[in-house]
Write a protein that binds this ligand. Structure first.
Ligand code: IPD
Ligand code: CA
Ligand code: CA
Length: 257
């Protein structure tokens, strides 16, 4: 099943790479404020779904652009292009994200960065990989020395004050914060130890699913803002190596009501 997901991600990556050479001729639509979709998102998504359903016709799908379809114990969770705003600007930080859940438990994950040809994969119990290299989360133990990824709550402006209060506190207590613009890739970077931790509010399941399995299979932890499960439902997520995860939660928790 992982092989099929890898093939589908590479196929979508080809579509994205080709389109990246001709960004000025793309048709772009506004989904909501600051939220765009292009024909590339749609083409990549339908290529992925075609390949997955050809191999597994009975499986169900949850995909960003086309929504939910089918009813099966197996569900593919797909973001065909995570980081659309970056992509549309030629800012090279975006990825294809595909995960498989069985009875709601994440079992396989692929995050593919087509610009760099970085293929992140994980299967439950079998570890996480970047191409053929085994991944481990970072060994840093002090938040003060850690590089933390995040994303802005640009869809839910009601969250901005709370977000900024946490951001402000973390600014003084970390080595730095980054907002690269692709949550799936941010989580893959946590798995690879390139980021020591990550937090964001208001994500969708397809932003988080593959990256969450990559992180845990690389020895990290993922949870909601209190460290509990349920981040797939709330969309609020904290991730990191076990030590940094705990320190992030200690800072975030007092800001929650
Ligand atoms: C977005 C990216 C971004 C995150 C947003 C997501 P999209 O996904 O993951 O980093 O901050 O919350 O919606 O819309 O480019 O697929
Ligand atoms: Ca996304
Ligand atoms: Ca997307």
């Amino acid at each position: 099943m992982l092989n099929t997901a890898v093939k589908a991600a590479r196929r979508a990556g080809g579509i994205i790479n080709r389109a990246s050479r001709n960004l000025d001729i793309l048709t772009v639509e506004h989904k909501a404020a600051n939220d765009f979709v292009s024909e590339v998102d749609r083409e990549a998504e339908s290529a992925i779904i075609d390949m997955l359903l050809r191999a597994y016709p009975k499986h169900s799908i949850l995909a960003e652009e086309s929504g939910a379809a089918g009813d099966s114990e197996y569900q593919w969770i797909i973001d065909p292009l995570d980081g659309t705003t970056n992509f549309l600007h030629g800012f090279p930080q975006y990825a294809v994200s595909i995960a498989l859940a069985h009875h709601g438990v994440l079992t396989h994950a692929v995050v593919f960065d087509p610009g760099r040809n970085d293929l992140f994969t994980a299967s439950r119990g079998a570890g996480a990989y970047l191409n053929d290299q085994r991944l481990r989360v970072s060994k840093r133990i002090r938040l003060q020395e850690s590089l933390i990824g995040t994303g802005f709550p640009f869809r839910e402006l009601a969250q901005v004050d709370r977000y900024l209060a946490i951001f402000r506190e973390l600014l003084g207590k970390t080595a730095g914060m980054r907002r690269p613009g692709s949550a799936a890739l941010d989580l893959a970077y946590v798995a690879a130890g390139r980021l020591d931790g990550f937090w964001e509010f208001g994500l969708a399941p397809w932003d988080m699913a593959a990256g969450a399995l990559l992180t845990t299979e690389a020895g990290g932890l993922v949870g909601d803002l209190r460290g509990d499960e349920g981040y797939m439902e709330s969309g609020n997520m904290v991730a990191g190596s076990p030590k940094i995860f705990a320190q992030l939660l200690r800072i975030i928790e007092p800001h929650l009501d």
